[in-house]
Structures are given as C-alpha cells and as structure tokens.
Ligand binder design. Structure first.
Ligand SMILES: [Fe+2]
Ligand SMILES: [Fe+2]
Length: 269
C-alpha cells in the first residue's frame, strides 16, 4: 500500500498549495491513500467542518490533528460529523471525537492513530502506553498502521519510533513545522521521520507572518498570528510504500517549492 503523508497544512496558503500540487504528486507517487495533518488548516489554528470538507474534496482520505484540535470552539460539536478525522488518542476518555480508526482502500484495511507528546507541551496521558494498547488491539484487524506523533521534542519522537519498530508501518512526527532529514526504515520495518514538516509560506516562521513572531519575541506582548500568504510556498510530506505484512519497503521525503504563491489558485473557503 502506497501512502502519501502531508505535514501540517497552514491555513488558506497551505490548502491552496496542496490543491495545486496534489495532481502532480498523485502522478509521481500513485498513492492509494493520502493522510494529512490538519491541525492548522483553518486560518493557521484548528480546523472547521467547512475546511474538513474542502480537504476531503481534494482527495485527502484521513486527517490527523494535534494540540490545536480545539482552537475553534465550533468544531467541538462538529467533530462527530467528520468520520475521516482522528484527534490525539492520549486525551482523556470523555473528549469528543476519536483518537484512532481503521479505514479501507482498494479492499485493504489500514489503521491511523494520532498522538501528542508530553515534552514541552501540556501534560496529557502517556503516548507510549496509549500507543501500545491501541496497536495491540489494531493488529488483530490490520498490520498496516500509520501513526502521526504530534510532538515537540525530537527525543520523544525518536524513542516512540524505536519502541514501536516492527509493530507499526510508520511513525511520522509532526508539530514543529520544520522538516527533518532523518527519514529511514528502522530495522524491523517501521518507517520513521522525526518531523514531516508543513505546507505553507516558505518566508515565514513556521507558516506565520515572520514580523508578528519577531515582535512577540522582542516584546513578549500578545500578538495576532496570521498565516503568511505572500512569496514562495513549501510542500513537505513523506511517501511510504508498505508490503502486505505491514512492513515499509520504501520511504521518500518530499520537499517541493512553489516559486510564488500568487501563481496558484487560492482556496475559497
Ligand atoms: Fe502544527
Ligand atoms: Fe501542533
């Protein structure tokens, strides 16, 4: 099974880049499944039902989330009407939505799990224990399991990758919006990258207008954060090819540049 994973999509600029590059990426990689991190897809923070529908419309099969999942209050009641979205699984049980699920593409079942880290992030349930118990159950249904581990610390992501080597098909890091160049297949067949990166403005601070972030650092005062929508764009992702036993046999990091975002059609929502 061929899977295209797309890093954190940042607001309208990110969605516009995905919409514009997806046809060519589909030609290049022939993915059976497209998974994308959507925690920043609505104006840079959170997601809405409308944006979810737009991403589904583009041909994305499953959306993963992260620490920004509840940044839009209106999404709380709406999450139940987004069947192809998983939010972090290591949140308390009463939290709406689901942290993992299985889906089917061309008759092949695959599982997707979303987790958040605990290092330099708000305290939450242990991602290692949570991953372990979900993976154990999921493996009775399918050997093809993809985890989006949304975490800040490289060590935490690295450790979870090794902990799950041979138990899942891929452990893909997200959240920092900065792509790492350490993609590989671990000895027991798990694809690993510390961070898949993002889709958004290149001349920005992790997708946000750089002047706003610099001002925040200079003054420590509250500042509006808006996605940068000018200049060049970047598309970061990961392609993985998984065999029937659930082991990854090929991994390729994707880093594409859009020279000028004015040259692509902007998303309307
Ligand atoms: Fe993010
Ligand atoms: Fe995040």
């Amino acid at each position: 099974m061929k899977i295209l994973f797309i890093g954190d999509i940042i607001g309208r600029p990110g969605r516009s880049i995905v919409r514009s590059l997806l046809p060519k990426l589909k030609e290049e990689f022939s993915p059976d499944v497209i998974i994308a991190n959507g925690e920043n897809s609505a104006a840079g923070i959170g997601i809405t039902k409308k944006v979810y529908d737009e991403l589904m419309d583009m041909g994305i099969d499953v959306i993963t989330m992260g620490n920004h999942v509840w940044d839009r209050r209106e999404f709380l009641p709406d999450i139940s009407s987004c069947p192809n979205l998983v939010r972090p699984a290591n949140y308390p049980e009463a939290v709406p939505g689901k942290g993992f699920d299985t889906f089917t593409s061309k008759g092949i079942k695959y599982g997707v799990i979303n987790l958040v880290g605990r290092i330099f992030m708000p305290g939450i349930n242990d991602p290692f224990d949570t991953a372990n118990s979900i993976v154990q159950k999921m493996r009775s249904e399918t050997q093809v399991i993809i985890i989006d581990f949304h975490a800040e610390a490289t060590s935490e992501k690295n450790a979870l990758g090794w902990y799950l080597d041979g138990k899942v098909s891929a452990l893909i890091g997200t959240h920092t919006h900065i792509q790492t160049a350490d993609e590989r297949i671990l000895p027991k067949g798990t694809a690993y990258i510390t961070d898949a990166g993002m889709v958004g403005a290149l001349d920005s601070v992790i997708g946000v207008q750089k002047e706003q972030i610099i001002k925040r650092f200079l003054t420590s005062m509250p500042e509006r954060f808006e996605p940068e929508d000018k200049g060049p764009g970047v598309f970061n992702g990961l392609f993985i090819d998984i065999d029937d036993s659930g082991k990854t046999k090929n991994v390729k990091r994707i880093y594409k540049i859009v020279k000028d975002m004015r040259d692509i059609k902007q998303s309307e929502t």
